[in-house]
Design a protein around this ligand. Structure first.
Ligand code: PMV
Length: 325
């Protein structure tokens, strides 16, 4: 039987992480690094998942009602992919098996939306292989079910950005797309330290409980700079966007979510010529993003590598989920 491949993009938060938990906007973009899901129908009535980059393989029942015979680690890594497959089979009302192979350019567990990109590309590929026509809204909402299994109460922004691509603001569950006219190059610096989003959200909550008025000022300042960052993106004003990212980094530091490794990569990227640099996502590890020109990208990437971070040269992307072959 023929193989179908779809891909979906990773994401980064440009500004507004953490404050978004308190109801203010976050600015998010799709990136041009992608996860790929290749699907083949089988007649063995099970879902076999090969996670090449996850370094793990597992065989699952087609129904979520049946307990899989896999070890707990395999289950925890592959469960969202199993859910994506099973929910799509259920939607198509088909009784077949699947072979699914996942490849990802998006590093895992560092705030770049890998799990949502994998879920979205898998749902789209399974839907196509089954011959059912899934609209983007439906792909996103099935992938959201899988995201809930990984993140508990995700905002829904990761599956939206992986499905639709582009730049968007996210505020109290509402997504608004932003028109970006110019190309926006970025260099990501991965500290290679995985982190748990819930743990860092709880740390900020603790600081907020202890010093509510002080932390509320910081949250409001992040909200203000995010609105200005949105305007800077619309205007193609990368210099202002970089300044606002630097201010956001200072405020994230004050919330207690930066680390020595993140700070080091931020300073190194700025010194190598970035317009601005900040941590992205929950903090405590994970990645920084450095806003760059095309000319400076290589210099910033090699400075990050020298400082023992892993650089990824990328840019804002308009492309959401897409058929590959
Ligand atoms: O690192 P990520 O992609 O899980 O982003 C976390 C963003 C937070 O604002 C810290 C949490 C949230 O739920 O919005």
């Amino acid at each position: 039987m023929s193989k179908i491949t779809y891909s979906a993009p990773g994401k980064c938060i440009i500004t507004g992480e953490h404050s978004v938990v308190y109801g203010t906007p976050a600015l998010v973009t799709a990136l041009d690094i992608r996860a790929y899901s290749t699907v083949e129908l089988t007649d063995d009535n099970c879902i076999t998942i090969f996670g090449s980059d996850l370094g793990i393989t597992g065989v699952f029942p087609t129904s979520l009602e049946v307990s899989p015979e896999v070890d707990p680690e395999t289950l925890s890594v592959l469960r969202p992919i199993w859910i994506s497959c099973s929910k799509t089979l259920e939607r198509g009302n088909k009784n077949v098996g699947l072979k699914v192979e996942i490849n990802s350019e998006i590093p895992l567990s560092v705030g770049l939306g890998s799990s949502a990109a994998i879920a979205v590309s898998t749902v789209a590929a399974v839907g196509h292989a089954l011959g059912i026509s899934l609209g983007k809204e439906e792909i996103s909402s099935i992938a959201f079910e899988a995201e809930k299994a990984v993140h508990g109460t995700p905002s829904g922004v990761d599956n939206s950005v992986a499905t639709f691509g582009g730049v968007m603001t996210y505020e109290r569950g509402k997504i608004q797309y932003i028109n970006v006219r110019s190309e926006v190059p970025l260099v990501i610096g991965n500290t290679l330290k995985e982190r748990n989003t819930g743990e860092w959200v709880a740390k900020v909550r603790y600081r907020h409980d202890r010093h509510p008025t002080v932390i509320d000022h910081i949250i409001n300042a992040i909200a203000d700079l995010t609105r200005k960052a949105e305007k800077a993106i619309k205007d193609g004003d990368l210099k202002s966007l970089g300044e606002l990212m630097n201010i956001n980094q200072g405020l994230l530091y004050s919330l207690g979510v930066s680390t020595v490794e993140l700070d080091r990569l931020v300073y190194i990227a700025r010194k190598a010529g970035a317009y601005g640099a900040k941590l992205t996502g929950a903090g405590g590890g994970g990645c920084i993003i450095a806003l760059s020109t095309h000319e400076k990208q290589d210099e910033i990437a090699s400075a990050i590598r020298k400082a023992k971070g892993e650089p990824i040269t990328t840019k804002f992307s308009q492309q959401g989920v897409r058929f590959e072959k």
